[in-house]
Design a protein around this ligand. Structure first.
Ligand SMILES: Cc1cc2nc3c(=O)[nH]c(=O)nc-3n(C[C@H](O)[C@H](O)[C@H](O)COP(=O)(O)OP(=O)(O)OC[C@H]3O[C@@H](n4cnc5c(N)ncnc54)[C@H](O)[C@@H]3O)c2cc1C
Length: 310
């Protein structure tokens, strides 16, 4: 895609250097696909390249997991194996089992898989953003740096405000996302549907059940922005359906080639009930690993074709 309006690429992660006509450059899979005239009324003039930020991709402590905005999908996918190889027992979090289903929901080529970043996915703010699903489903908190030197934090579920819309003001930079140990140590359930094999997510729901019996349901992909429902205990089926009725008006269901709103709505209720039933059955049991199947089945990670290159 033509980027022939770009006059400079500046290696910086300092929001104070941002000026009108700039865009933060992470993996570039969106910027280099859409071109420099697709991001607003004025063409882009400069790319501020985050490649030199030097932020550690992933930091794990007893408090949880810090994901830098520049963490790639491939780096995140490797995390469960890395932790399993050097396991403080306290960090054998059931929530880790959401990482790979969410990464696999990113139906992407080898290059996109290895270049695209957690931050780029959140900032692109597509309803089917699988890093949005993961980070919202695990009660992630986004840290945002502003050009005036201040910073602020907000829940990932609130960071995304609509289809392709988010809470960033001009020049603001997403620094990273914190996933708290409280959510990571919950029992988790994952459900996803796509209209076609290897298609983009049409509906993606995550449920967590914490040690105190609180159930949190996060609806993504079906809706234009994440919707979270919290229950003090596992509700019955009628209460769950009523809560969905109240939380998601028909106009909030997303409408694009990956699914009609009516289908997304019906599947949201169906998958939500599956998650409710699943977590209800496991309430009080020994914390188990993630439950749920992909449909359609996902293909294993593959090597690049010669055309895609290394
Ligand atoms: C073949 C293909 C398949 C794809 N499939 C999917 C899919 O299934 N689901 C999906 O959601 N997307 C998909 N995408 C879109 C895209 O690849 C992803 O959203 C990806 O995660 C974007 O990350 P990136 O690092 O490449 O972002 P970039 O292209 O570098 O940036 C994207 C946007 O975010 C801004 N940005 C990036 N990082 C930051 C930051 N830290 N702070 C502030 N702003 C920032 C950039 O300025 C730009 O506006 C696909 C793209 C391709 C080409």
């Amino acid at each position: 895609m033509d980027m022939n309006t770009i006059e400079a690429v500046v290696r910086t992660a300092d929001p104070a250097e941002w000026r009108a006509g700039d865009a933060w450059l992470a993996g570039g899979t969106v910027l280099f696909s859409y071109g420099s005239t697709a991001f607003g009324p004025e063409p882009l003039r400069r790319l501020l390249d985050l490649g030199s930020a030097g932020w550690p991709a992933i930091t794990v402590t007893d408090a949880g997991i810090e994901l830098a905005a520049t963490c790639t999908v491939a780096e995140l996918y490797a995390l469960p194996d890395t932790l399993a190889a050097s396991p403080p027992a306290a960090r054998d979090w059931p929530g880790l089992d959401l990482i790979r289903p969410c990464c696999d929901s990113f139906v992407a080529s080898f290059k996109v898989w290895n270049m695209s970043t957690v931050g780029g996915n959140l900032c692109t703010s597509l309803p089917a953003g699988p890093m949005i699903s993961l980070c919202a489903g695990l009660d992630g908190t986004a840290t945002v740096l502003s050009p005036d030197g201040s910073s602020r934090e907000l829940p990932v579920a609130d960071f995304i405000t609509g289809d392709g819309q988010n809470a960033l003001a001009p020049g603001e930079l997403l620094r990273g996302v914190s996933l708290p140990a409280s959510a990571l140590s919950s029992r988790v359930a994952f459900r996803r549907l796509s209209l076609s094999n290897l298609g983009r997510s049409g509906v993606l729901l995550i449920g967590t059940l914490d040690g105190g019996g609180q159930l949190t349901l996060t609806v993504t992909a079906a809706t234009k922005r994440p919707v979270q429902l919290r229950f003090g205990s596992v509700p019955d089926a009628e209460d769950l359906a009523a809560a969905l009725d109240g939380a998601i008006p028909d106009s909030l269901y997303h409408d694009d080639i990956h699914g009609l709103p009516a289908w997304r709505r019906d599947m949201t209720y169906r998958l939500a009930e599956e998650i409710r039933d699943d977590l209800d059955a496991r309430a009080g049991a020994v914390p188990a690993r993630v439950s749920g199947d992909f449909w359609p089945p996902q293909s294993p990670r593959r090597e690049p074709t010669p055309q895609e290159g290394a």
